[in-house]
Design a protein around this ligand. Sequence first.
Ligand SMILES: [Zn+2]
Length: 479
Amino acid sequence: MKHRPGIWISLAVIILCSQVAAAHAAEPPPGDAVASAAPGAKDAPFDPEKARAASQIQDPEAATRAYLDSVSPERRAKTKSYANGSYVLQVVDFVFTSALLLLLIRLRISLRFRNLARRITKIRALQTALYWVQLLVTLTVVQLPFTLYKDYYREKHYDLLTQGLPGFLADQGKALLIGCILGAVLVMILYGVLRRAPRMWWAWFSGVAIVFLIFTVAIAPVVISPMFNKFTPIANVEIRDSILKMARDQGIPADEVYQVDASTRTDRVSAYVNGMLGTMRIVMFDNTLRRCTPQEIQMIMGHEMGHYVLNHVWKGVGFFSVLVVIGFLFVRWGFARVLRRWPNTGPNTGPNTGPNMGPNTGPNTGPNTGPNTGPNTGIDGIADVAGLPLLWLLFSVVLFVAAPLISTFVRRQEAQADDFGLDASRQPDAAATTFLKLGEYRDLEPAPWIEVIFFDHPSGKSRIGNAMAWKHAHTTAAR
Ligand SMILES: [Zn+2]
């Protein structure tokens, strides 16, 4: 019973689930009055009077508390319940996908996909691509009810999605198409490498994956994002000019800032930096321009410029590159192990160590009754595309286990961008109200361990606390 990582992972998952479920159960149900509040145009999620009073408080801790308390208890309960459900769903998603991948192998469905691809074409690379399309379409279709619940009905229930069902399904279709094309290219390269370098594939393919990652990030703003949204230069000239002035002050050679019609899907306030190698750009949700004050917009832009100036896109690529190498090393180790240990479902291809039942001077020609030490899942080793669900599963285990590390890495960058934004905009109170607006879809005050594992941004409480500390330090210094 030793050396069973699967059992330990399952145990950890069960403990985690029960913890989160307990935290979830302890929360009051979302207030119906809040849930049925008018969809569409949203008010500020906090009491503006109370927020104004909070901005007058000198003590950073008391000011932070006052800002947090400007959000009604009903609304806080609602976002907490939304957030807690999201943690559970992340774990459920991982378990569900893993189970599906396992079933594809154990029920030999993966072998059937491979055999069908082999019947259709003799060209190996095309077989791999055909296999990938069958795999991805199957997973997407089987998971559709879960996706509909998680990303559509639940988001609607919490008033976070403004998109209709046809639009949502169209998005899923587009995402599947992109996944089929980009994924097929990547998988064809992967198996090309696996066939040529069965021992050192992890090193070669890590290089390929990193180049592919850079390529995807670089084409995202100009090829992928426009498939889902419309991007236009910011229409409001005043806001545009003030942002460009701020960019010049920070030494950013920007001559355009983009807005995206995110309001076709959501009311969320957000902005982001994406692209690299000449396609890098700062993008504002149109909601942000509609729902935020000029000071808040300055703070948000300052934050995004922080990502830009501090080279967060490149640092992110570097971090994930290290993770990819570690991940592939684990996959190589795990794949061989699983293939060796699985109960025999395929032909016995191990060496014959049973008693010799033929003439005892010749080779052993009796039936093989020795232990099966050959591959026994029908998968002919790591270079066989039928083993892809297992590769995928092992890699997703790495990502799942590394999730707290990944969140912590990203969260630290976000904190740095906040500091940069505060220095650039000098708007700590606008920062506080911005973080309250972001608290519409993030728990403002999570348990510390929840923040470590699941939060890719610091919690609202941490961010407001940081803004108030900045304010205190800078007003004290000015005196
Ligand atoms: Zn950020």
